[in-house]
Design a protein around this ligand. Structure first.
Ligand code: HEM
Length: 448
């Protein structure tokens, strides 16, 4: 009788159908019940992932009409590069412009989410054992995402795109020893050559998405294998070795579905409210050079270029080292290297399974704040003329502001720590009704 009833229930019968063929119940128990911590900061990685999915979907739509060629074609009776003309035409087809704008804003959102995700991992010490490898994979993901955005910049092939990409070409050429060969390789000859657009198109729609997909897969696989870190209150609520969270199916999946829909909807609203500049505004490449600033995420090397003193110019092992390659290559290269090596430079060797609170790690938090302020000053330097700030004042600020911020953060957090410890080690607290409070436990509870 019971089996008859079960067979009448389509959900149960479908499950046993799947069980007989795919051992579904075991799969569900093993993988779909994986617990996920519920904490808003854990959504940052997912926002990066979902922005990437939106980029792939909108990118497929755009690729249907994009022509990766600089060959001249007729547009409104005038000769125009085919790439430029195809983007103009895309913007005049139904949904073409809005999809292009969503693609643009999704790229910005992905970079913002990755950076905030990186900061969460850094400030909570999650780069430490056992997650060093995933940190390195993450830094590669960040670099490749920025390069993917840069390669997309050129594709509309308007005067703006060509000027902005030209800055990147000059930076690549200035790399000591291998610069010209490297620039020729990346840009398919002297920029802008007829081969540059097909080369950048291949990077943008094939090579980089493929590497990103492989690396994101590896990143998530490592994360699954090592298990999620836990927010600090999980230890108190669930106990040692227990995970506090919701199962992947159905709870986490539903949360992710809601996040994906909200994110996609918001991108459409932003794309409708804040249009990207129309390609006709700058027109096809011509002799005039418009004043072009890099997007915010590449503004810091541009600012560094301005702040490096112009008198730097010497020969080193046959290569010319000057202000251009110090600001555009040496400083960004050192910063990338430092980022990659962070897990190996941190001398604390303990494994981390629960997020470390930034306020309890004064030295790391102070260092992180100093670096953030340094980047902030470099970004402001990118707009120094518009803001009326002298290069000299900015050079001074770039050295002093991070130092002051780091020191201030360290002193403040150390003082807070001492005051917490004095509460912990303070006298026994007796309530008016005579009940003994546990000072450690109660002050812990109050702090959560
Ligand atoms: C395309 C870029 C990236 C995507 C799509 C991505 C995605 C994710 C997702 C979905 C998670 C699990 C949820 C979470 O903990 O937030 C995660 C965890 C992690 N990510 Fe990323 N991530 C990216 C870049 C980075 C970067 C730049 C770093 C650091 C340099 C990084 C380091 C980590 C680490 C260490 C974990 C494990 C955290 C834990 O166990 O709680 N990721 N990532």
């Amino acid at each position: 009788m019971a089996t008859e009833k079960q067979e009448l229930n389509p959900l149960v019968s479908r499950q046993s159908w799947l069980d007989e063929r795919l051992d579904w119940a075991r799969f569900k128990e093993k993988y779909l019940r994986k617990p996920f911590p519920v904490h808003s900061s854990f959504f940052l990685g997912e926002i990066a992932l979902f922005s990437f999915i939106v980029l792939v979907l909108t990118g497929i739509f755009l690729a249907l009409s994009y022509v990766p060629s600089t060959e001249l074609v007729k547009l409104d009776g005038k000769d125009m590069p085919a790439a430029y003309a195809s983007v103009v035409q895309n913007d005049h087809t139904p949904f073409g412009l809005i999809v292009r704008q969503v693609h643009h804003w999704a790229a910005h959102l992905m970079i913002v989410a990755i950076l905030l995700h990186l900061l969460r991992i850094f400030f909570t010490g999650l780069y430490k054992k056992p997650r060093e490898l995933n940190w390195v994979v993450g830094v590669l993901l960040l670099g490749l995402t920025v390069f993917a955005a840069f390669s997309g910049y050129l594709l509309p092939f308007d005067q703006f795109a060509v000027t902005a990409t030209g800055i990147g070409y000059n930076i690549a050429r200035s790399v000591p020893w291998v610069g010209p060969a490297l620039a020729n390789f990346i840009f398919a000859g002297k920029f802008p050559s007829t081969a540059t657009i097909p080369r950048f198109y291949a990077y943008h729609v094939m090579l980089l998405p493929l590497i990103l997909i492989i690396l994101v897969g590896l990143h998530l696989l490592i994360m699954f294998k090592q298990k999620h870190s836990q927010p600090p209150y999980a230890l108190r609520r669930a106990g040692v070795g227990k995970i506090l969270g919701v199962p992947l199916w159905p709870h986490q999946t539903l949360l992710m579905a809601v996040l994906f829909l909200v994110l996609s909807g918001s991108l459409f609203i932003v794309a409708g409210l804040f249009p990207v500049h129309p390609v006709e505004y700058y027109g096809p490449p011509g002799p005039a050079t418009p004043i072009v600033k890099p997007d915010w995420y590449l503004l810091w090397p541009y600012g560094a270029l301005k702040l490096i003193p112009g008198w730097i110019n010497f020969q080193f092992l046959g290569a010319t080292i000057n202000s251009e390659n110090v600001g555009g290559v040496v400083i960004p290269g050192l910063i990338l290297l430092l980022l990659l090596l962070i897990p190996f430079l941190d001398r604390s060797r303990e494994s981390v399974h629960y997020l470390e609170l930034p306020r309890e790690h004064a030295a790391r938090t102070a260092f992180g704040m100093a670096v953030l302020v340094f980047f902030g000053v470099l970004m402001v330097a990118g707009y120094n003329e518009e803001l009326g700030l002298s290069v000299g004042a900015l050079q001074f600020t770039a050295l002093l502001a991070p130092l002051v911020t780091g020191l201030f953060t360290y002193v403040l957090l150390a003082a807070l720590r001492r005051s917490r410890e004095s509460v912990r080690d303070g006298p026994e607290i007796v309530t008016s009704v005579g009940a003994n409070l546990d000072p450690v436990k109660d002050s812990e509870d109050l702090r959560r």
